[in-house]
Ligand binder design. Structure first.
Ligand code: TZP
Ligand code: MG
Length: 235
């Protein structure tokens, strides 16, 4: 199994489009976010070619290794293997989880995007280490990142997320969960509080633009982490 002591509290997902990254260097932005306290990084890059993916992933891995946090690669098992990082994050239309597991081995971290109870139960049966549950709120990020992707599965909100967490609890499976989509400093505590099922809480939040597009990614990460770690005022 992949390590069980991974901290999913503040899960950074990257973006390489000019709409979000601007003309800044991704590795420097991620370095700042890691300095601010993000606990795990997913390199998600839908625009670069394979050679750039591998070289950027190697630079990102140097950053995450220094801070002893995991680096996962979105979609691309081959890039994760080339870099020797901690694992991958796959969607419903990517390489299937059992195949990814066969290729990466039992110690790799493998996360799966799920949008409903059925997808969550399947990913649990196939021994995903964690689930990216979403889309929580409407976000401009997806449209900008994957203009050609038409299978975005809609917004599930806190009610849909809670239903999924409840089903996981009932299945008795042990899987970590992060919420993704439109989460920022003003929504993060509501997401964590309102999504919680009686026996299963979210382990963290996954964030793109509220960190990557921030003027000061280090401060943004710091602020978000302290919100994630402190109980919401309305609890
Ligand atoms: N998957 C579901 S929503 C999303 C992804 C990759 C993008 C989230 O971006 P942001 O900027 O945190 O809303
Ligand atoms: Mg994918």
């Amino acid at each position: 199994m992949a390590p069980t002591n991974v901290d999913y509290s503040l899960y950074l997902v990257t973006d390489s489009t000019s709409a979000i990254l601007g003309d800044r260097d991704l590795v420097k932005v991620v370095q700042a976010a890691v300095d601010g306290g993000v606990t795990i990084v997913q390199y998600r890059d839908k625009v670069s070619d394979t050679a750039v993916l591998v070289s950027t992933a190697k630079r990102l891995h140097a950053v995450t290794q220094k801070h002893k946090i995991p680096l996962l690669i979105n979609d691309r098992v081959d890039v994760a293997l080339a870099v020797g990082c901690e694992g991958v994050h796959i969607g419903q239309d990517d390489l299937d989880l059992p195949s990814a597991r066969r290729l990466l081995g039992r110690d790799a971290m493998i996360g799966v995007t799920v949008s409903n109870v059925e997808e969550a139960q399947k990913a649990c049966r196939e021994s995903a280490d964690y689930l990216g549950v979403g889309t929580m709120f409407a976000t401009a990020t997806l449209a900008k990142v994957t203009a050609s992707k038409t299978n975005t599965k809609g917004i599930i909100g806190t009610a849909g997320t809670k239903k999924i967490l409840q089903a996981i609890a009932e299945s008795g499976r042990d899987v970590r969960t992060v919420s993704i989509g439109g989460i920022n400093a003003s929504t993060v505590q509501r997401v964590l509080f309102q999504s919680s099922a009686p026996e299963k809480k979210l382990d963290g939040v996954a964030i793109v633009s509220a960190i990557i597009a921030a003027q000061d990614p280090k401060q943004a990460a710091k602020d978000l982490l302290s919100l994630v770690k402190s109980p919401p005022p309305f609890a």
